[in-house]
Design a protein. Sequence first.
Length: 378
Amino acid sequence: MIGIVTPWKVMNYGTKLQAYAMQELMSAYEPAELMGFVPGTDKRPNAVLGKMLLRASREKRRPLPPALKEEQLKRQRAIAAFDQRYRFGPEARGNRALRALMPRYGAVVCGSDQLWAPKNVLADYFTLTLFPDSLNRFSYAASFGVSRVPALLKSRYRKFLNRLSHISVREEQGKALVRELSGREAALVADPTLMLPAEKWRMLAGQGRELSQGRYVLCYFLGGNREHRAFARGLAEKTGCRVAAFPHFREFQEADEGFADTEIYKAGPEDFLRLILEAEYVCTDSFHAAVFSILFHKRLAVLERFSGDEAGSTNGRIHTLLAALGVEQSLFAPGDDTCRLTDGPAPYEEAEKRLAALRDRSFAYLDGAVGHPRMKKA
């Protein structure tokens, strides 16, 4: 049995879908389940600091006006309903209960998403530090979520990285950070959502609801850049499409006020997939929205959420994704001409070849990390 350590509780489409993909991917090797861990009261200084950093990051978000709070709750309930698709192991409340479960597993994998962001490293769970050395512990497509880590935490990173049996990451900057922090070479592998065939995602999308009719530009922006919205609006006007968007996804964004023709709140991950599948164009600053747009061969415009010099920038994962699949032309700046988006065929013939090769390399890594080849198709 393989235990999967992943942040499946986060109310985000990408997080929910990558957790599902991790489950399906690891089940191709052995029976696999998501681990349900509820931290107990941990008074260690690093654990307390981790909780303080997490609370501070949440408090920075702009609260929604009362009129929009109910809409946000509908969205969160729709996203949470996806949890019925997971296979869970026994819930462990506290570190002692977690250790008591260890005989159940032959291996534990942490992945994917931004597992190794500084606030998570302080809590120890997503680094697999809480698991014994006797257990096969490895990462799959882990992400640091940042371009550099705080100097005060470098020793903590070095310690847990050197305890893993195998290391793989999702981004080039992740490879560089692993090398800098531990001296080890990490494998660069595909995000788990890319490892499942597009047809499997199409089947899941087929279970979603029709939330926008006619020809539309789908906008999934997690940042608050007004110029990104203007770019999408200009594309819609040029092509005669409507704008369908997920407003105020993480926090209140003034740029979302009055922006979309169709505002989408009550939508689960299946609905999210269907909206991408049926869109004429997709405009996004989200990694996973870009992933599914590529898998569905959509006309895609990716706009960077962060400026290049921000310490917390997650642009690196977008750059790695587009470069690995040879679709760098999908990266746009707000003032760019949209002709390369609207004219000619969508650029996916070469991308499919590159994706097949990337999947082969990723499965080769997993064969070594798990200790045997996969038993069935993911």
